[in-house]
Design a protein around this ligand. Structure first.
Ligand code: NAD
Length: 358
């Protein structure tokens, strides 16, 4: 029924191996649900440096901007470690995010019940698994604020300024509430309003946005408490809404709770439906071209694209269910296998997921 153009930046290392599996899954979704996905391969990162001497060629940018969505593998690797900072492969990500106006980073932290042993928390805390969505502001706050060094009363000092505009807070809050509407309708906004003026302003704007979502339960938490609560009782969270820096820290904490980086998807969104979808992991040069990479992060990334850019929640759930079934029925790549378990290759894991996709 739908026709969608997807720009694919497969990138470096395991990027091409895992995005190829995500494409296979989307093709099958297309055949089951009568959609057409057209993939346009574009280069960025180290592959682009090798081919044309720059990490983000204009042609790539143009094709990404004119697509319905961007699927990215990973960029970077030791081969390009010595190129100057402003030309490093990873700069392509910042260039894409900026050009596409992507201000929201969505990172689910999911513990699949069959992989509970990979979670470092005690079993009684994890229960039947976990499903949290972290919505992190991506382009404002202290990482982009005024900074510098100066002479102070006690000698030289350095400063970084946390500054958020109403527009920046409002749009990320809307993203979080919209996401909550597609989940358990609960947002926890995390800040440091007991100390910081920017946090008090953040709260007041989030409160206003909440009035447009009467079905969503909103609560607030200070970031220091939130970092403890994620370990103590992670089930109390559904959608976590937070700033750039707090989100940076909390999403890594939540990622660690889930056990394996090979399972974690992410999405970067702006105010249009055009988004960039990428697994949380990097290019994993240590296992590249060996068929060892876990394709699940990339496959779940494709599911996020269906849900958030194409509004195809049923199709997204079909992928997530197929992944869950494959894991429940013991399918394992090397990163999640325990001793004695049979190990599948990247493509074999995808075969197992495809076989369970209905
Ligand atoms: P990494 O995520 O690439 O790898 C960390 C470890 O996790 C490695 O042992 C790797 O083998 C393993 N791993 C990662 N993905 C896996 C998967 N799908 N299946 C199984 N195991 C997996 O992080 P790194 O080693 O710090 O970075 C390698 C390169 O990737 C660097 O150049 C870094 O800058 C780049 N990087 C890119 C992105 C991105 O493109 N979004 C993100 C992070 C790092």
């Amino acid at each position: 029924m739908g026709k969608f153009n997807i720009a694919v930046v497969s990138g470096d290392g395991i990027g091409p191996e895992v995005t190829a599996q995500a494409e296979r899954v989307l093709e099958k979704i297309g055949s089951i649900y009568d959609h057409t996905f057209e993939f346009c391969e574009v280069i960025a990162g180290g592959a682009a440096i090798d081919a044309v001497g720059e990490c983000l060629p204009q042609e790539t940018l143009d094709k990404c901007l004119s697509s319905d969505s961007v699927l990215l593998g990973a960029v970077g690797g030791p081969k390009w470690d010595n190129v100057p900072g402003d030309q490093r492969p990873e700069r392509a990500l910042l260039g894409l995010r900026k050009a596409m106006g992507l201000f929201a980073n969505l990172r689910p932290a999911i513990i699949h019940p069959s992989l509970k042993d990979a979670c470092p928390l005690k079993p009684h805390i994890i229960g039947d698994g976990l499903d949290i969505l972290i919505v992190r502001e991506l382009t404002g706050g202290i990482y982009f604020g005024e900074r510098g060094r100066r002479m102070g009363e006690l000698g030289e000092e350095a400063y970084d300024v946390e500054c958020y505009s109403e527009t920046e807070i409002r749009r990320i809050a809307v993203t979080a509430f919209d996401a909550a509407m597609k989940r358990s309708k609960h947002v926890t906004s995390i800040d440091k309003a007991n100390v910081m003026e920017s946090s008090r302003f953040w709260r007041s704007i989030v409160n206003e946005v909440a009035k447009d979502y009467p079905e969503v339960k909103l609560d607030y938490m200070f970031v220091d408490n939130a970092s403890m609560q994620l370990i103590k009782d992670p089930h109390q969270f559904d959608v976590i809404l937070t700033t750039n820096m707090f989100g940076d820290i909390l999403s890594d904490e939540a990622g660690m709770i889930t056990g394996s980086i090979g399972l974690l998807p992410s999405a970067s969104l702006g105010s249009s439906t055009l988004g960039m979808y990428e697994p949380v992991h990097g290019s994993a040069p240590d296992i590249a071209n060996q068929g060892k990479a876990n394709p699940i992060a990339a496959i779940l990334t494709a599911a996020m694209m269906l849900r958030y850019s194409f509004n195809l929640s049923t199709e997204a759930e079909a992928i997530e269910t197929a992944v869950e079934l494959a894991l429940d029925e013991g399918c394992r790549t090397a990163d999640i296998a325990t001793e004695g378990e049979a190990v599948l290759s990247t493509a074999q894991m995808c075969d197992e997921i495809l076989a369970r996709l209905k």
